[in-house]
Design a binder for this molecule. Sequence first.
Ligand SMILES: Cc1cc2nc3c(=O)[nH]c(=O)nc-3n(C[C@H](O)[C@H](O)[C@H](O)COP(=O)(O)OP(=O)(O)OC[C@H]3O[C@@H](n4cnc5c(N)ncnc54)[C@H](O)[C@@H]3O)c2cc1C
Length: 531
Amino acid sequence: MAPHQNSDDPCDLFVIGGGINGCGIARDAAGRGLSVLLAEKGDLAGATSSASTKLFHGGLRYLEYFEFRLVREALIERETLLRAMPHISWPMRFVLPYHRDMRFESETPTSRLLSAVMPWMKGRRPAWLIRLGLFLYDHLGGRKILPATSTLRLGGTPEGAPLQERFETAYEYSDCWVEDSRLVVLNARDAEARGATILTRSEVVSAEVRDGLWSVTVAQGGERRTYRARMLVNAAGPWVGDVIHGKLRLNSRENVRLVRGSHIVTRRLYAHDKCYFFQGTDGRITFAIPYETDFTLIGTTDAEHDDPARKPVCTEAERDYLCAFASQYFKRPVTPDDVVWTYSGVRPLYDDGATSATAATRDYTLKVDRSAGAPVLNVFGGKITTYRRLAEAALEKIGGALPLSSGAWTAGVPLPGGDFAHDGAPALAVALRRDYPFLTEVWARRLVRAYGTEARELLGSAREAADLGRDFGATLTEAEVVWLIQREWAQTAEDVLWRRSKLGLRLTDAQARALDDWMAEHRARSARAAE
Ligand SMILES: Cc1cc2nc3c(=O)[nH]c(=O)nc-3n(C[C@H](O)[C@H](O)[C@H](O)COP(=O)(O)OP(=O)(O)OC[C@H]3O[C@@H](n4cnc5c(N)ncnc54)[C@H](O)[C@@H]3O)c2cc1C
């Protein structure tokens, strides 16, 4: 993890931004023989890519916007990704309760069409349309692993139990879960294993073209270093416009539209392991998802967010909106007192001129700009689900400027720790407990869901829990923290507790502070040893 040692040698590709798109492109490019350097100003996945709803999904609601290309690509991609990362992603069933008062967002093309041909519906979303949408959802994407849609009579079922009695019928369909911030880190690790250099806490402050090469100035700690590169990738997410106009000083008309989305996390609201897809009377949709065993995740909102420098937070109004939304469905109302955590992120959408935030396209747009004398690829929009396809499309554009040693390669190549069967995680956890009998079931499951087959390497020759060093609480040990520091660029307790894991939900403030102190001391010790 040493910084690019000889900053005089130009690299082929300099990637700005360590979110999912930057790390996905860095991995793909390194695997095609390019020398790659990636700079992330904060922690990997420190911005939008740790604040998503965490679904590999086709996006059922995008069908109403006729976004067939995006939905089809995302649906097909779900199973490709499940196979490549069976530790951090898994199938989930979504229960969509039906009620005749459900309404469209009035701006969708489907809603406008229906209002024209069936004006008596008055904006209501009919059951046959939902079934048609789910039929398309089942058939557009070539499912092999994921089960098909079914209809559910809710009476007397675990799925119906927490819901208000007016919901008698539901449709059940498949999508997938993914640990978003771990996805980013595992892409960075694989990029590094293929020769890329990953710099975190390294902000690109300016870049200009000299003698046909980009000269990129990076602020790292108190220092500034300059790197040279043949091509830039601007994958700065919400800051994509800031990089274009502020750091590269390009005269470009392309723009990003920032749309904030917030989530609330409550104590677990129901006993089964399926998600709910709720349609509101305002035409929007939200999800309620089983989260980290003991919690329920509810989101999201859509709100304009004008300035990327303003840290997104879930406002009280957004929290109350999500509580009220879920309370339209659950028997027991969800109140702010149930909320144990909130988070918020900003979607860096391509500005397609849509009037509402909900309607703005979620598809990605890639633009190569050569106006400075050397190429830069600007990345707009995208989804976690389509990051691998976005990277392939980016490499096609990059291939126009730099020679690539091979074609597309990432489909079917597992991420670190993901080299096992798509449904093999439970068996892996059982085997881990057999060989490390001191692990509890919860602990083994957590390690497998984070590290997959690499959990064994992390545990090494430990015979008892004490062999893993200090216990920071909630099964987090010194051995794991050292792994995260040495292999996954973690530097602070926040990196460990909210991005490499979600143990922040379980540690007390005092435990979190103790971890932070220990990590600071570890960093200082390592720095002294390196001198
Ligand atoms: C609320 C919400 C829910 C979502 N849910 C889903 C979902 O369920 N499924 C799905 O598929 N997608 C979902 N998405 C979309 C998905 O999260 C985003 O499309 C994706 O994370 C964007 O990744 P990115 O790499 O472009 O941006 P980011 O993750 O924001 O990465 C950009 C990085 O660039 C860095 N950076 C910026 N400027 C500089 C600089 N000058 N120097 C160095 N580094 C810099 C930033 O620090 C940041 O880490 C959701 C998005 C939101 C907001």
